[in-house]
Design a binder for this molecule. Structure first.
Ligand SMILES: C[S@@+](CC[C@H](N)C(=O)[O-])C[C@H]1O[C@@H](n2cnc3c(N)ncnc32)[C@H](O)[C@@H]1O
Length: 269
């Protein structure tokens, strides 16, 4: 793998036009999104009273946010729910709006900004702000956390859902090209960012997902490593993924696909 990697040089990154489609295919091979949705629904269940405003940073196609928005709207059918998404890819932002509109809840007001978090003209306050699998891409973690915290209202929560480096993302570390001058940020970077921002973390929750990459397409494999692989590297990456797989409860071989959930709260005062 090391010599094939050296021969390949710096690999191209993922194309914006196909990112969302390949991400959706990748998610079908993992139980992680269901674990995240179940966890966030439990967190939101504590917020049963009054209007609520949510901000989803890096909302993607809204597949996860639609489930959360429906949960919030259905607690009280007349309860005003303001749900704002931010995503730099116009195709994903449009899909987010469509996914929430399809819920057809009168009390749900949806808005989206086609922009990076840094550039989005978003106005708080928000009760809950989520970064689900999007903190990897921001230029500076601590600065982003500070800016997000400032958008919270009293009693608000900032929730970051991010992958640890682990056996899976060791591949990203080796194979993915830098993003606008920085590598992708994993959980240890997020922990360091919270410390640098002076924000007090609640207990970190790890959700133990499992990923089935045994018959993954080339596009899903590329999404997995966040780079366009060469034909020489693909079989080596598949062999690595097979080697790090472990049997799940039914004995099927799966790649460990854990994700960490970080939360900070703004005091009520
Ligand atoms: C892995 S997807 C996650 C999408 C969605 N949150 C989910 O869990 O299905 C990461 C998303 O972050 C977006 N993104 C990338 N850089 C960003 C930035 N600087 N600010 C906000 N979103 C960003 C991407 O366009 C992409 O839709």
């Amino acid at each position: 793998m090391i010599s094939a990697r050296a021969v390949a040089g710096v690999l191209p990154g993922l194309a914006p036009a196909t990112y969302a489609r390949d991400h959706a295919c990748f998610e079908t091979r993992s139980d992680q999104r269901r674990l995240i949705a179940d966890h966030l629904v439990t967190v939101l269940a504590d917020r049963r009273i009054g209007p609520i405003s949510m901000l989803s940073v890096g909302c993607g196609d809204g597949a996860l946010d639609a489930r959360l928005a429906a949960t919030l709207a259905d607690v009280l059918p007349t309860r005003p729910v303001r749900y704002v998404g931010i995503d730099p890819y116009a195709g994903s932002a449009a899909a987010f709006v469509a996914a929430l509109s399809d819920l057809d809840r009168e009390s749900l007001e949806t808005q989206v900004h086609v922009a990076t978090f840094d550039e989005a003209p978003v106005a708080g306050p928000f009760d809950v702000i989520t970064f689900v699998h999007s903190m990897y891409y921001v230029p500076r973690v601590a600065e982003t956390l500070r800016a997000a915290f400032d958008l919270l209202g009293p009693g608000g929560e900032l929730i970051v859902v991010n992958a640890p480096r682990g056996v899976l993302n060791a591949l990203v570390g080796v194979l993915a090209p830098p993003l606008e001058g920085h590598r992708q940020w994993f959980s240890d970077d997020v922990v360091a960012g919270f410390a640098e921002a002076g924000q007090q973390l609640e207990e970190i929750v790890t959700l133990e997902g499992r990923l089935d990459l045994a018959v993954a397409s080339d596009a899903v494999l590329d999404f997995t490593v966040q780079a366009r692989l060469t034909p020489e590297l693909r079989p080596l990456v598949r062999a690595y993924l097979h080697a790090v797989s472990v049997p799940d409860a039914s004995g099927e071989m799966r790649v460990p696909h854990p994700v960490d959930v970080f939360c900070v709260k703004r005091s009520d005062l």
